[in-house]
Design a protein around this ligand. Structure first.
Ligand code: GLU
Length: 512
């Protein structure tokens, strides 16, 4: 037996069940575990909890690993990298759990229950008929088909004859359990409100509760940081540690991620309905082929996604919102995680991406934008794309939007917004444009400033309206009244292209 220093070594785990893609709530749980571990010089492991074979979904484990790879959240040990406590997948540890279930039988904290599923179903139904709920607990167990009501011989006989059985935890009667949760403080529960949970199933597999406690103990976990939905399991878990005579880890139950309107837990359906992903990566359901959107495919930077998630339930006590990973690690503390649910806000998520886009290196953004352009049949010069990025990134939230929202930076307009034309285009505009083409042709030093000065001089000399001329030019460059500073854009396009756009556009509008 290893003699480890559990008291001072921080070891945490992220323990998903492979029942589908990883919900962003799960990602946040993993992130908080990671931040806490790194802040405290500890370790984090990835354990796959697949004891419920009926809920197993092929591809889910691979998805989980890929998600953390994208997020750049490394584990110290885990199902994908091994480690001193391998295997890290519960189905591969199957043979280990029986011994522990037996230990609890032997010390009187658990018992064999022989009730058939049909018998329990009957019981449930008859309770329902009387508007009651059936609970297998310290009262009902006295009259049910279990080892507590049978002699040792009878129990042995049933086991020998291969009768169906499960092992249940024997919840003590009327005992007050005092527990401490790092986020919630003192939690008190009376055992009479709890049932005798199944620890070991008839299929030879442990349930989540048994496997989870055994593994957390064997893997020397010091802190269990998980979602609020596991808070009701905490008393049982504490009782299990007590029953084994093991020191329990510390617990921290994180607040729920709520729908944008605050009404209930954020679900996949809310994402579909309101048009945002609730999963880190795109997911294709292996059975139905149905797909669900992912933050990666929606073009979020993993750093922005992480920063957004970190603040859904935690803050450092100031107004600061932008935290690079290093700073999150430095500032994170479980004590500053809130108790109440955190509302998800997709506009805020986009805002974070926008902020990170501004900080990114233009060449890097240009590289990824080139891929989008290529996919859309546009071949552009890398240097040009980088210059476009520098001008356009402050106007968009995502890299791809420099293409989707600003096509005019790469292609001539295909049409001219009628409303803008109506507002800006006057009878004499074609003539003015012809003169401007002449004027621009004569510019030898093509730069933002020189183009700007030439246009202004012309406008002044001919006593024209600045707004009208500049906006007409804008329509010819962009196809509408939007876009960045006009002469910055003309500078980027270059003389030839600018003049072409004026000529082609004027012709098209005249022919309308
Ligand atoms: N396997 C559980 C889940 O899927 C883990 C709960 C825990 O962290 O104890 O969320």
């Amino acid at each position: 037996m290893k003699n480890f220093n559990k008291m001072n070594k921080v070891r945490v785990r992220f323990a998903p069940s492979p029942t589908g893609p990883l919900h962003i709530g799960g990602v946040r749980t993993a992130l908080y575990n990671y931040l806490f571990a790194k802040k405290n010089g500890g370790e984090m492991l990835l354990r796959i909890e697949d004891t419920d074979q009926t809920r197993f979904v092929p591809g889910a484990e691979k998805y989980i690993i890929e998600a953390f790879h994208w997020l750049n959240i490394p584990f110290d040990e885990g199902v994908h990298i091994g480690g001193p406590f391998a295997p890290y997948k519960q189905s591969e540890r199957k043979d280990l759990y029986w011994k522990y279930a037996k230990m609890l039988i032997d010390n009187g904290n658990a018992y064999y229950a022989f009730d058939t599923p049909e018998a329990l179903d009957e019981m449930r139904k008859s309770c329902e008929a009387n508007k009651q709920t059936f609970i297998y607990n310290s009262i009902t167990r006295k009259t049910l088909n279990n080892a507590l009501n049978l002699s040792a011989e009878e129990v042995q006989q049933k086991l020998d004859s291969g009768s169906h059985f499960v092992i249940r935890f024997k919840m003590p009667e009327n005992k007050t359990i005092e527990m401490h949760d790092i986020i919630r403080g003192q939690v008190t529960v009376n055992t009479d409100t709890l049932d005798d949970k199944v620890l070991f199933k008839s299929d030879g597999m442990p349930t989540y509760h048994l496997a989870n406690i055994v593994d957390d103990h064997l893997m020397e976990i010091s802190h269990v940081i998980r979602g609020e939905e596991w808070l009701p399991s905490m008393p049982l878990h504490i009782m299990l540690y007590e029953a084994f005579g093991w020191e329990a880890p510390q617990f921290a139950h994180l607040p729920l991620l709520l729908r944008p309107d605050g009404n209930g837990k954020l679900s996949k359906r809310d994402g579909d309905r309101l048009g945002f992903p609730v999963f880190p990566l795109r997911w294709v359901d292996p059975k139905t082929g149905e797909t669900a959107r992912g933050y990666r495919e929606d073009d979020y930077f993993p750093e922005a996604f992480i920063n957004m998630l970190a603040l859904l339930g935690w803050n450092d006590g100031t107004e600061q919102e932008i935290f690079p990973m290093e700073e999150l690690i430095e500032k994170f503390s479980l004590e500053r995680v809130g108790k109440s649910g955190a509302k998800f806000n997709v506009e805020k998520a986009k805002w974070f991406n926008h902020k990170y886009l501004q900080q990114k290196d233009n060449a890097e953004i240009a590289k990824s934008l080139m891929l989008t352009l290529h996919e859309n049949g546009v071949e552009a010069d890398a240097q040009y794309v980088e210059k476009v990025v520098a001008v356009m990134k402050e106007r968009v939230n995502f890299t791809h939007e420099i293409w989707t929202e600003c096509r005019y930076m790469f292609q001539r307009p295909e049409s001219y917004d009628p409303q803008s034309v109506k507002k800006r285009w006057k009878e004499d505009t074609p003539q003015v444009m012809e003169n401007i083409v002449q004027l621009l042709t004569d510019i030898s030093n093509w730069k933002n400033q020189t183009v700007h000065d030439a246009l202004m001089n012309y406008i002044q000399e001919h006593e024209l309206s600045v707004g009208q001329v500049m906006n007409s030019l804008r329509i010819l460059m962009v196809g509408s009244s939007s876009g960045p500073d006009l002469t910055t854009m003309m500078d980027l396009f270059g003389k030839e292209e600018t003049i072409e756009r004026i000529k082609i556009g004027t012709q098209s509008i005249v022919n309308l």
